[in-house]
Design a protein around this ligand. Structure first.
Ligand code: FE2
Ligand code: FE2
Length: 255
């Protein structure tokens, strides 16, 4: 018999399905506050509440059984293969840069420029992405990843970069970037590494050839030479952004 007295809304049904799934699991899986904020809710999964719902169970403090297992000592390539939601855009940008004869530093910057979007968070993806990679790459690469977010909004006709048509489609013809983005652009424009970030924009394309075959294997060497893979495993080291990688490794760990 239906235990509900009213028809369920979509989100109630989704909650219920999540509940049912959870009951089959060994451990209690919690969602972070930011995940609830992204659903438009200011709330958190509190331990008394969750324990009352799942009596006798412990909270998840390790691997999320719903996600693909990662090796004991994960590498950047493992994250590409098992955690990044999409890699085609990154691989296409990097391929385009490499075919254009760009140095490995620029190719790597293109390969990593949107990793925050594909693995972590959209808002301020340039800043998050730069922090994620900063301890492991050349300073110039991290700087270029950070500033490409702002530079993308500003044309530079001297190098043939116009305001992206895609942005008109995505954000409307009248969209104006926030003042902090305008300020970031001005600083980047005057910076000695300006062109490195601009090269990300020039290679930041969405469909240069929809049939192009792109493969991460083609970049394993460049990653090997330019990304300082920690011997403990990426995220299991003690570099300043290791915790960000751990969060992607174990996104639902209780603490
Ligand atoms: Fe981007
Ligand atoms: Fe991009």
């Amino acid at each position: 018999m239906n235990k509900h007295t009213h028809p369920l809304s979509m989100s109630e049904r989704a909650d219920e399905l999540e509940e049912e799934k959870m009951h089959e699991m060994e451990r209690i899986i919690t969602r972070s506050t930011i995940a609830h904020l992204m659903d438009g809710n200011i709330k958190m999964d509190t331990s008394p509440q969750m324990r009352a719902k799942h009596p006798g169970k412990f909270f998840l403090m390790g691997d999320d059984p719903r996600l693909p297992p990662m090796p004991q000592k994960p590498t950047l390539v493992d994250y590409f293969r098992h955690r990044f939601a999409s890699t085609a855009h990154l691989l296409q940008s990097a391929t385009h840069a490499r075919k254009g004869g760009q140095p490995e530093k620029v190719v790597l910057a293109c390969l990593l420029h949107d990793i925050a979007i594909v693995s972590f968070i959209r808002c301020d993806h340039g800043y998050w992405g730069a922090q994620m990679i900063e301890p492991y790459v050349d300073e110039e690469v991290a700087w270029a990843v950070k500033t490409h977010q702002a530079l993308r909004f500003f044309p530079d006709e001297t190098v043939g970069y116009g305001y992206p048509n895609l942005y008109k489609e995505l954000f409307g013809p009248d969209y104006q970037p926030e003042p902090y983005i305008v300020e970031e652009y001005k600083r980047a424009r005057a910076h000695k590494w300006y062109m490195t970030s601009r090269l990300i924009c020039l290679n930041d394309i969405y469909s240069f050839d929809p049939n192009a075959k792109v493969n991460l294997d083609d970049f394993v060497d460049i990653i090997g030479r330019n990304f300082k893979q920690p011997k403990e495993g990426l995220g299991l080291d003690n570099r300043p952004s290791a915790h960000m990688w751990r969060t992607i490794l174990w996104p639902t760990r209780f603490l």
